[in-house]
Write a protein that binds this ligand. Structure first.
Ligand code: PEP
Ligand code: MN
Length: 337
């Protein structure tokens, strides 16, 4: 249930009302204070609440029941866009197009530092790189694991770029202290125990859409993290499985405006895993910029033909440089409209 208060309510009035609601009903109240209104989002057993009685209070503007099962991720609970901002000022959401770039997997010190320096020079503000890799085959390269995380930290020290990397098991969390944004991969989008544990920490989570999951399921997974109190969730559209076989997945470009309408969370697009093809990265990235995604996460490798993972979809630093200029131009153009 959403209760919108009339503008200009005193803090004490809001607090007293919230106390009344939480003591009388089995609900938690999420308070969002904007410049022109205050929105109280009630989560829990709201069936017994008499909406007409609430609406009759002189400081209440309107009362609405929320049908969607996601509450904290719902834009109705938080009308303005959420920006995930790191202490360094690097941000995803809240305007502009953030570029997250780097190799699929960390392979060596030279590789990760070289790629980090070049993507930074092209305008990336986050470094990606997998240390723990979810591979279809147990015989494929599984990532450098803790050594990979150490090399990511080294690249971060050399460039100042914050790190985005995937977690596969909550047991590895102690190794992620220096990681700035923890990625939950497509294959773990509905690993609810993992999501619950990530809800207990206070670090941004980049949550990728599952291979065959609906938009609502993605939002419900975000809700798992947010229900635990970690509200810094970034949603990622990375392509879904369809009957198409030419591309690795099918980029659901409409997921971007749909997610941004339904939720206040930032949305990034991963054209690399969506397409699986290096020549498709640029057009898909341009499409993502045109639909006003908040960011792009792109695989960049200094030597794609020898990459240990996902070489076919990796672009070179030079190609990334061209892409970065083009997507910035599209992003600036659509924001100026
Ligand atoms: C990745 O980002 O390297 C990755 C494995 O992505 P996804 O979970 O989207 O397949
Ligand atoms: Mn990859």
């Amino acid at each position: 249930m959403i209760i919108v208060l009339k503008p200009g309510q005193k803090q004490a009035v809001i607090e007293e009302f919230v106390d009344k609601l939480t003591s009388r009903y089995d609900v938690k109240v999420n308070t969002w204070v904007g410049a022109h209104s205050t929105v109280l989002g009630l989560i829990g057993d709201t069936v017994s609440i008499d909406a007409e009685y609430i609406e009759a209070q002189d400081f209440v503007e309107s009362v609405k029941r929320v049908q969607e099962p996601y509450k904290k991720a719902n834009r109705k609970f938080h009308p303005e866009d959420t920006a995930v901002v790191l202490p360094s000022g690097a941000h995803i959401g809240g305007g502009g197009l953030t570029l997250i770039a780097g190799p699929c997997s960390v392979e060596s010190e030279e590789q990760i530092v070289t790629v980090a320096k070049s993507v930074k020079a092209s305008g990336a503000t986050f470094l990606r790189g997998g240390a723990f890799k979810p591979r279809t085959s147990p015989y494929s390269f599984q990532g450098m694991q803790d050594e990979g995380l150490r090399l990511l930290s080294l690249a971060k020290r050399e460039t100042g770029l914050p790190i985005v990397t995937e977690i596969m098991s909550i047991d590895h969390l102690p190794l992620f202290d220096d990681v700035d944004v923890i990625q939950v991969g497509a294959r773990n989008m509905q690993n609810f125990e993992l999501l619950k544990e990530l809800g207990k920490i206070r670090k941004p989570i980049l949550l990728k859409r599952g291979l065959a999951n609906t938009i609502e399921e993605l939002l419900m997974s975000a809700e798992y993290i947010m229900a635990g109190g970690n509200e810094q969730v970034i949603l990622c559209e990375r392509g879904i499985r369809t009957f198409e076989t030419i591309t690795r997945n099918t980029l659901d470009i409409s997921a971007v405006p749909v997610l941004k309408r339904l939720s206040h969370l930032p949305v990034v697009v991963d054209p690399s895993h969506a397409s699986g093809l290096n020549w498709l990265i640029e057009p898909l990235a341009l499409a993502a910029a045109a639909v006003q995604a908040d960011g792009l996460i792109i695989e960049v490798h200094n030597d794609p033909s020898h990459a240990l993972c996902d070489g076919a979809q990796s672009i070179t630093p030079a190609q990334f440089d061209v892409l970065a200029q083009k997507v910035s131009a599209v992003s600036a153009a659509v924001h100026a409209l």
